[in-house]
Design a protein around this ligand. Structure first.
Ligand code: GLC
Length: 663
C-alpha cells in the first residue's frame, strides 16, 4: 500500500501534482523527506514572496525547481544534508577557522585542481571554511575581480571546469573543509545572456533590468542614492545604446542591476543557488545583497523586501539542500546589518552568517588612536543577533576599508565623527605624522570627504616601513630603533588577528596575511586593473615566503605564521568561543585596553587587548567584577596564570592580547 506523502495542506493540488511528477523516480524515503521539508518551510516560502503579486503561484513555480534540484542531488550531498541537520551549529564552533583567497593566486598552479596543493598549509592554520573569490565565468576584463558574472553555470576557463569545481568541493569536504562561493545576486555582466537578450530587444529580458528611456526617473532616484565607485563609475545609471535607455548600474557601468521586483528574476537566481548547492558548495556569499530592492526616495539599500526575498530563497535551500549556509555581504550600519541575520519575523530564517564590518573598522581605528573607547561604545551597542547565527570576523579582505564610524557613536565618546574619519584616512595612507602605515587612498569622494583605504594588513600595520628602516640601518641605535619598529608592526598585526579570533564567529584569514604579505608593488601592471588599487592587497600567495616562515620562526614572516597558527589552535580548544554566546565589549578602566567578555555556560572568557605600544595594566578588582578571579585564571594564549604587577593587576606588554579563562 502506498502512503500519501506528508505535504502541507496549503500546498495547491496542481503544484503538488507537478512536484510529485518530478520526484517520480526517487526512492520513497527521499520523497517523504522532501514532502516533510516542504511542510516545514512552505509558509516561510510564501510569506517571503509577499513582494510579488501572487506569492503562492511564484512559490509553486520555485518549488518545482527545488524538486528538480533535489532529485538530481548527489547521494553524498544528501548525506551531508542529514549530517548538517544533526549539527546545525557546525559553523558556530570554535574550531571553524576561515580563509579567503583567489583560486588563481593561492597556488602556483593557479587552477581549481591546484587548490589541493594548499591543503596542508590550510590545515596547519586550522582552516575548515575556504572562501574562493569569484570563479564563475565573468565578462572579459575588466570584470571587477569576477563580480561581473557572464555565466553562473560555468567556471572561468583558466581555472577549470564545473567538473573540477565538483571534484574540489568533494575533495575539500573529505578533508573537513567547506567551500564558500560568491553568489553575485545584485547584478550580472552586460555580457550575460539575459543582458544580451535585453540588448537584442527581447522585452521579457528587458524586464530583468531597471531600464528607463530618459533621465526623468533615474534622476529622481539619483537624488537619494549614494555612489559606490564615485571615482571610476560615478552615478548609478548607465546609458546603453543597444537598450536605448538608462540601465541601473550601482557598481561599474558593465554590472547591470537585476530587477528583483520581477518574479522571473527570483526564479532564475533561486535555480542558480540550487545548482551551486548541487556542485557541493556549502556556503554562499550573497554579494552586495543590501542593494537588491529599489525604492524611490531612499538609498535603495536594506529595504524590507530584501529580507523577505532572502527568507524565500533560504526556505527553498532548506527544502532542497539544508546543508547550504547563507552568508550576507551587507556592509551597512549596525542597526541594519542585524536584519541580515534575522530580526523579528525573520529570526532564524535568513542568513546564518554576516560580515562584521564594524569590528574590522574599529580594530584599525583603535590601533591608530591607541584608544578603545569608541570601539567599546560602538560595538557595545550592537543589537543582539540570533543565537543560531555567527559573525564573519576579519581584519582584511579583498575590498578597501571604508571608515564606517557612526557620528552618534563618535559623539558619545566626545569624538567628532568626520574628524575621526579624516584622521583614519590620513593615518592609514601614511600622511599623518608618526604613522608608519602604507595604505593607498581608494575612491576619494570630494563631495563627502570620504577617502577609503586599500592595503594589506601587514602594510597597514607598518611592517613595510619598519623593514625598510631595518635595511637602511647604519649604527646600533638605528638598528635598535628599526628592530623595535618591526616588533611593533608584527605585534599590531597579531593583536588585530587576536581580536578577530577572540570575538566569536568565523574568523577569516585573508590570504597572505598569515605570512605578513606587504602591498603588491606591481598591482597596477595589469592594464585592466590599473585604476583599482584594491589589487595592491590581492597579491599571489608567495610560497617561498610560506616555506621560509615554516623553516625559521624567528623571521618576521615566521613569527606571524607561528602566531596565527597558535591563535587558531588555542581558539579551537576554547568552548567559550562558540558563536551562540554573544561577545560583549566592556570598558576597561584604562582606555588603552580593549576588553571583550563572553559569558559561556562553561565559564566567562575575558579578552584583554593592549591597543598601544606602551605597557598597560588592568586592575584585579575590575576583572573580578567581570566574573573572573585573577588568581584563579589562566591566559589561554600561553597556558599560564597572567603576569601580575605588585598590586595584583594584570600586566599587558606592548600590543599584548590576553584571553583569561578559568583553567
Ligand atoms: C561586493 C564585493 C566587491 C564588489 C561589489 C560588486 O561589495 O566585495 O568587491 O566590487 O560587491 O559586486
Amino acid at each position: 500500500m502506498t502512503r500519501e506523502l506528508p505535504w502541507p495542506a496549503a500546498l495547491p493540488p496542481d503544484a503538488r501534482a507537478r512536484v510529485e511528477a518530478v520526484l517520480d523516480g526517487c526512492p520513497p524515503h527521499r520523497r517523504t523527506t522532501f514532502a516533510l521539508r516542504v511542510a516545514r518551510w512552505w509558509d516561510d516560502l510564501v510569506t517571503g514572496l509577499m513582494p510579488y503579486a501572487d506569492p503562492p503561484a511564484v512559490a509553486a513555480r520555485a518549488l518545482e525547481l527545488a524538486a528538480r534540484a533535489y532529485r538530481d542531488r548527489d547521494e553524498e550531498l544528501h548525506e551531508l544534508d542529514e549530517r548538517r541537520s544533526l549539527e546545525p551549529d557546525w559553523f558556530q564552533r570554535p574550531d571553524v577557522i576561515g580563509y579567503a583567497a583567489y583560486a588563481e593566486r593561492l597556488t602556483p598552479e593557479g587552477t581549481l585542481a591546484g587548490v589541493g596543493t594548499a591543503a596542508d598549509h590550510l590545515r596547519e592554520l586550522g582552516v575548515r571554511y575556504l572562501h574562493l573569490m569569484p570563479l564563475l565565468q565573468p565578462r572579459p576584463e575588466p570584470s571587477d575581480g569576477g563580480y561581473a558574472v557572464a555565466d553562473y553555470r560555468s567556471v572561468r576557463a583558466d581555472l577549470g571546469t564545473m567538473e573540477d569545481l565538483r571534484r574540489l568541493t568533494t575533495d575539500l569536504r573529505r578533508r573537513g573543509i567547506s567551500l564558500c562561493l560568491d553568489l553575485v545576486l545584485n547584478h550580472v555582466a552586460r555580457e550575460h545572456p539575459w543582458a544580451q537578450a535585453a540588448r537584442d530587444g527581447d522585452e521579457r529580458y528587458r524586464r530583468y533590468f531597471h531600464v528607463y528611456p530618459d533621465r526623468s526617473v533615474s534622476d529622481s532616484y539619483e537624488r537619494t542614492l549614494l555612489e559606490v565607485f564615485p571615482d571610476f563609475a560615478p552615478g548609478n545609471f548607465t546609458w546603453d545604446e543597444d537598450l536605448e535607455g538608462w540601465v541601473w548600474t550601482t557598481f561599474n557601468s558593465y554590472q547591470w542591476d537585476l530587477a528583483w521586483d520581477n518574479p522571473d528574476v527570483f526564479c532564475e537566481l533561486a535555480d542558480v543557488i540550487l545548482f551551486l548547492a548541487n556542485q557541493g558548495v556549502e556556503v554562499l556569499r550573497l554579494d552586495a545583497i543590501a542593494f537588491i530592492w529599489k525604492r524611490m526616495g531612499t538609498q535603495s539599500q536594506n529595504e524590507p523586501e530584501v529580507h523577505r526575498l532572502t527568507q524565500a530563497l533560504r526556505s527553498l535551500a532548506r527544502i532542497t539542500a539544508p546543508a547550504l549556509t547563507f552568508k550576507a555581504e551587507a556592509i551597512v550600519g549596525p542597526n541594519e546589518v542585524v536584519h541580515y541575520l534575522g530580526v523579528g519575523k525573520h529570526h532564524g530564517k535568513v542568513s546564518d552568517l554576516a560580515y562584521h564590518n564594524s569590528l574590522m573598522v574599529q580594530v584599525w581605528s583603535m590601533l591608530a588612536s591607541r584608544d578603545s573607547r569608541l570601539a567599546t561604545h560602538a560595538l557595545g551597542r550592537f543589537p543582539t543577533v540570533p543565537s543560531t547565527t555567527a559573525w564573519i570576523t576579519y581584519l582584511r579582505c579583498h575590498d578597501d576599508i571604508g571608515w564606517a564610524i557612526d557620528d552618534d557613536d563618535a559623539r558619545s565618546v566626545m569624538v567628532d565623527g568626520a574628524g575621526h574619519r579624516t584622521f583614519l584616512s590620513s593615518f592609514y595612507s601614511g600622511d599623518f605624522a608618526g604613522s608608519t602605515a602604507q595604505g593607498l587612498v581608494f575612491q576619494h569622494n570630494p563631495a563627502t570627504g570620504d577617502r577609503r583605504i586599500s592595503g594589506s594588513a601587514a602594510s597597514l600595520a607598518g611592517l613595510g616601513r619598519a623593514l625598510d628602516l631595518l635595511e637602511q640601518v647604519v649604527d646600533q641605535e638605528g638598528f635598535d630603533e628599526a628592530t623595535a619598529a618591526v616588533d611593533d608592526a608584527i605585534a599590531r598585526l597579531l593583536l588585530g588577528y587576536a581580536v578577530v579570533f577572540g570575538f566569536g564567529g568565523i574568523p577569516v584569514i585573508w590570504s597572505g596575511d598569515e605570512v605578513a604579505t606587504l602591498n603588491d608593488e606591481r598591482w597596477a601592471a595589469v592594464a585592466a586593473q590599473a585604476d583599482d588599487n584594491r589589487w595592491a592587497h590581492r597579491p599571489r600567495l608567495d610560497w617561498a615566503r610560506v616555506d621560509g616562515a615554516q623553516e625559521d620562526p624567528t623571521t618576521p614572516t615566521g613569527r606571524v605564521l607561528a602566531g596565527m597558527r597558535h591563535l587558531s589552535a588555542v581558539r579551537a580548544s576554547l568552548p567559550h568561543l562558540h558563536a551562540s554566546v554573544p561577545a560583549k565589549p566592556v570598558a576597561a578602566p584604562d582606555p588603552g585596553v580593549f576588553a571583550v567578555l563572553r559569558r559561556h555556560p562553561v565559564g566567562p572568557m575575558l579578552g584583554l587587548y593592549n591597543v598601544t605600544e606602551s605597557p598597560r595594566t588592568v586592575p584585579s578588582w575590575w576583572i573580578r567584577e567581570q566574573g573572573l578571579a585573577v588568581d584563579q585564571a589562566i591566559d589561554a594564549l600561553n597556558g599560564y596564570p597572567p603576569n601580575l604587577t605588585a598590586d595584583g593587576s594584570v600586566y599587558l606588554s606592548t600590543y599584548q592580547p590576553v584571553w583569561l579563562v578559568r583553567p
